[in-house]
Design a protein around this ligand. Structure first.
Ligand code: PXP
Length: 245
């Protein structure tokens, strides 16, 4: 059964829309954890468009579950992670003009740089996950650069429908099995919603799903604790024959 990492970046997005003090993602974490979050994920972007350094430092002190820091593979971010020592670092590609993380890392192209950063973080006891598309050559290279984990990009699955979505689902299943055969541990996320999460939650071998936008959106109606609770129950008890696939 997969666990749930709740991405709280969108709470900070609302705060930064006004550059004020509310809503405070640090305070909201309590509600996410009460609702059953197994971990909290934040993406400290180079342009600090949502999560701020202050949030990260406070979260390190206050998160009771696990803190997963998403970040670009840069010297600045590596120094921050080495100093903060989160429970996990997930390396993601980052473009300033993108609305959200658009694709997985090109592990093949950035092999040497990634290997060096993974080594430095691992030496300090920080497990590193690489956010990758479900593509065999990329997954192979994740084990070569000595990542302990990967996070499979579910974005394409999320935006397709019917037969095409079924195909993306089988690609994600095969990718999970392939990654595990290389000794990698597997998370997944991006674009998952209350409507499409169940078939992904039912994939054997995926350990954690990182989900943000849909939970924060639902929280506007029912509150964060309840929104997390509802997502957890879909993940814990997914219908394998989900008719929305
Ligand atoms: N995983 C990664 C690597 C991400 O960059 C994001 C988006 O910040 C997520 C998961 C969560 O995606 P969503 O907000 O679509 O649930």
């Amino acid at each position: 059964m997969a666990s749930l990492g709740v991405n709280i970046d969108h709470i900070a997005n609302v705060r930064e829309a006004r550059k004020t003090f509310e809503p405070d993602p640090v305070k909201m974490v309590l509600l996410a954890e009460l609702g059953g979050a197994d971990g909290i994920t934040v993406h400290l972007r180079e342009d600090r468009r949502h999560i701020q350094d202050r949030d990260l430092n406070l979260l390190k002190e206050t998160v009771h579950t696990r803190l997963n820091l998403e970040m670009a593979a840069t010297e600045e971010m590596t120094a921050i992670a080495l100093n903060l020592k989160p429970d996990m670092v997930t390396l993601v590609p980052e473009k300033r003009e993108e609305v959200t993380t658009e694709g997985g890392l090109n592990v093949i192209k950035h092999k040497n740089k990634l290997k060096e950063i993974i080594q430095r973080l691992s030496d300090e006891g920080i497990p590193v996950s690489l956010f990758v598309d479900p593509v065999q050559s990329q997954i192979e290279n994740c084990s070569e650069v000595k990542a302990a984990w990967i996070e499979l990009h579910t974005g394409k699955y999320a935006i397709t429908k019917n037969k095409a979505r079924g195909l993306e689902l089988s690609i994600l299943k095969e990718s999970t099995a392939k990654a595990k055969s290389y000794g990698l541990r597997v998370n997944a996320g991006h674009g998952l919603t209350y409507q499409n999460v169940e078939p992904i939650a039912a994939i054997e071998g995926i350990e954690e799903l990182n989900i943000g936008h849909t939970i924060i959106s639902r929280a506007l109606s029912v509150g964060l604790s309840q929104a997390v609770k509802e997502m957890k129950s879909l993940i814990i008890n997914p219908r394998k024959d989900n008719f929305l696939l």
